[in-house]
Design a protein around this ligand. Structure first.
Ligand code: KG4
Ligand code: ZN
Length: 333
């Protein structure tokens, strides 16, 4: 009999539903919320309201695209955390209600572990153990992945996440939120002619707050002399800040590879959609003899397919959750 898993992701501002059958993704539908753009960041109250409106049509569409009816579902997987509490509550409650009605198992999934599971979706998968650089709007981590559900974090950010560094730099240049993809696009038309300091953090931990301050000072200094500095140099400024963020990430990844001796290397999370990071990692891979794994763009930013993949491994291990489960806004692994 087939294993059919419905997965729900609602940790931040994307409502996503996916159907997985026997380890293969059949559909992955995401309703993104544009309502936050004008506020320069996600407004939690508006996010949970939008999840409420979007969740039923999103699930219905995922089922329809997969050609699966609710009666054929084997389990419901959902993001338990970390994330915005009001957003998580919508997905958790929906998953609980549906599992109760269908009398099928519930599977809780950790959002950051699931980002790594995006690496198991394509045909070509990393073998264990591999290193994952997981870079999103709220987290920046290097992990040794010993097995699908055996993930050891060996480096993390001490302050801002890499995605936050992109978003805050974008805000200083008055770019819309989230600024990461906008900076990526603009950077492709510019050159990294401005330099920013590399933080001096020993070991595998990251820090982006010093870069944020340096970037602000750089802009203030130039704008004082030329009020149009940002508009006149936008592609070059974007290419420069992007180059520094990418080099910080890759330098730590290289150190992790040296320290662990692991040459199977993957990236995951929203920032892994960054085109410069993707090409720089490929180049590094070639010169350092790494086997590099990069998820398709659709599985980099928040999506339910990665939740489904993690749910599938837990289903096979019979790691089920009971109906008393509640969301964990700050779920520490
Ligand atoms: O994983 P994700 O969708 O949500 C979280 O779990 O946080 O990551 C969102 C983050 C945002 O900070 C966004 O600006 C960044 O990923 N991001 C990018 C790109 N696409 C998304 N940053 C740089 N370049 C991109 N192409
Ligand atoms: Zn995420």
């Amino acid at each position: 009999m087939s294993i059919n898993i419905l997965a729900i992701e609602s940790s931040c501002d994307d409502t996503s539903a996916a159907i997985l059958q026997n380890g293969r993704i059949l559909s992955n539908v995401t309703a993104s919320q544009t309502v936050h753009e004008k506020y320069g960041g996600v407004v939690p109250e508006l996010a949970s309201r939008a999840h409420m409106a979007n969740i039923v049509p999103t699930v219905e569409l995922a089922l329809k695209k997969a050609g699966i009816s609710v009666d054929q579902l084997s389990a419901v997987a959902f993001t338990r955390g970390p994330g915005l509490l009001g957003s998580l509550i919508v997905g958790v409650s929906f998953a609980k209600g549906l599992a109760l009605r269908l009398d099928i198992p519930l599977i809780e999934v950790h959002h950051m572990q699931a980002h790594i599971h995006a690496l198991f979706i394509p045909e070509r998968k990393p073998s264990f153990p591999f290193l994952s650089l997981t870079v999103s709007g709220g987290h920046t981590q290097i992990s040794i992945v010993h097995g699908p559900l055996d993930i050891e974090i060996i480096g993390r950010t001490r302050d801002d996440a890499a995605g936050e560094a992109f978003d805050k730099a974008g805000k200083m240049m008055q770019l819309p939120y989230p600024a990461g993809p906008v900076i990526d696009r603009l950077a492709s038309k510019g050159k990294p002619i401005f330099t920013f300091p590399e933080p001096n953090i020993p070991g595998l931990d990251f820090s982006f707050s010093g870069l944020k301050t340096a970037f602000l000072r750089f802009l203030q200094h130039h704008v004082k002399n030329n009020p149009d500095f940002i508009q006149e140099n936008l592609p070059d400024i974007c290419a420069s800040i992007q180059e520094r963020i990418v080099s910080i990430l890759l330098n730590k990844l290289r150190l992790a590879a040296v320290q662990t001796g692991i040459k199977e290397i993957g990236i995951a999370g929203g920032v892994s959609g960054n085109s410069r990071l993707r090409t720089a990692l490929q180049e590094h891979g070639q010169s350092h003899n790494w086997n590099v794994y990069i998820p398709p763009l659709e599985y980099c930013t928040d999506n339910a397919a990665m939740i489904a993949m993690c749910g599938y491994f837990k289903f096979k291990n019979k790691q089920f959750t009971n109906q008393t489960v509640t969301p964990e806004a700050r779920w520490i692994q």
